[in-house]
Design a protein around this ligand. Structure first.
Ligand code: PBG
Length: 303
């Protein structure tokens, strides 16, 4: 091994925890010493802008732009991302060469013991169009209030009473050792790629490609790729209320998805089962969902 592998990551506590998971996996797989891996925190646009819903800025590589610049300039060798935050179309210059084993994919409800136990008219904190729409479809009496910041910040906002309840990804809570926080919701479909951590390299970097490919978790990669293909087919971005989850079932992919109007009044659900090497099926499911949606809902998508 020549010089240390530089792992670029966002600087949030969750991002750093995920970068450490990637570092540990690489170290264990390749028998590296701690000095042979370095973690390089990079501040992204999404981290800097704290006062506006990110959905308003929409589709502008909010979490990846600065990391991409570092990766492109060879200031880092790999980038570690929450796959959920990685836009569906990436520059050909970069390749997601591996994913870590997926964590709990569910959202957890904070501030109430179940969706039915939230008091009538309570304020629900979220800036996620998906979470807002899913919640309003079940509880139209609730009011959503904007809710940004990292996981710890959002938990503090609930403690301070800025909102009565919120949803957070189980994956993030668990990785921050907040395993006891919140109630998992089994019947709320998560965001595409929720719970998955991706490792990105420069497409031409053969050395990193083989180092990183060795820690790839194949079933996670297969399922998250199917969810991202669906997203591409929908032409959705972080402004579009989309939920999707692919699971492997008997060697085949079972992909479930829903698209929602922002106020939750319209919910279009669908699912497909298909072989893992069928790259077309997710796009076909996307087209089918859009075909069943009202013109107003369809207009939120460009696919
Ligand atoms: N949107 C921010 C974000 N990006 C990834 C996670 C959690 C980890 C994951 O889903 O992989 C979170 C926090 C959350 O949604 O609660």
């Amino acid at each position: 091994m020549t010089r240390a592998i530089r792992i670029g990551t966002r600087g949030s506590p969750l991002a750093l925890a995920q970068a450490r998971m990637a570092a540990t996996a690489l170290r264990d797989m390749h028998g590296l010493s701690p000095a042979q891996i370095e973690i390089v925190p990079v501040t992204t646009t999404g981290d800097r802008i704290k006062d506006r819903p990110l959905a308003e800025l929409g589709g502008k590589a909010l979490w990846t732009k600065e990391l991409d610049e570092c990766l492109g300039d060879e200031r880092i060798d790999i980038s570690v991302h929450s796959m959920k935050d990685v836009e569906s179309f990436r520059p050909a210059e970069f390749t997601i060469a591996a994913m870590l084993p997926r964590a709990d994919v569910r959202d957890r409800l904070i501030g109430a013991s179940g969706l039915d136990s939230i008091p009538r008219g309570a304020r629900f904190g979220t800036s996620s169009p998906r979470r807002a729409a899913q919640l309003l479809s079940r509880r139209p009496d609730l009011a959503t209030v904007p809710f940004r910041g990292n996981v710890e910040t959002r938990l503090r906002k609930i403690e301070m009473g800025e909102a009565d309840a919120t949803l957070l990804a189980a994956a993030g809570l668990d990785r921050l050792d907040r395993r006891d926080v919140g109630v998992p919701l089994d019947d709320l479909l998560p965001a595409p790629a929720q719970g998955a951590v991706g490792i990105e390299i420069r497409t031409g970097d053969g050395r990193m490609r083989s180092l990183v490919a060795a820690i790839d978790h194949a079933s996670t990669h297969i399922c998250v790729s199917a969810e991202r293909r669906l997203l591409m087919g929908l032409g959705g971005d972080c402004r579009s209320p989309i939920a999707a989850l692919a699971l492997l079932d008997d060697g085949r992919i079972h992909l479930r998805a829903e698209i929602l109007s922002p106020d939750g009044s319209e919910v279009i659900r669908g699912e497909r089962r298909f072989p893992v090497d069928d790259g077309e099926a997710p796009g076909q499911l996307a087209a089918e969902l859009l075909g069943r949606a009202s013109a107003a809902l369809r207009s939120l998508f460009t696919g």
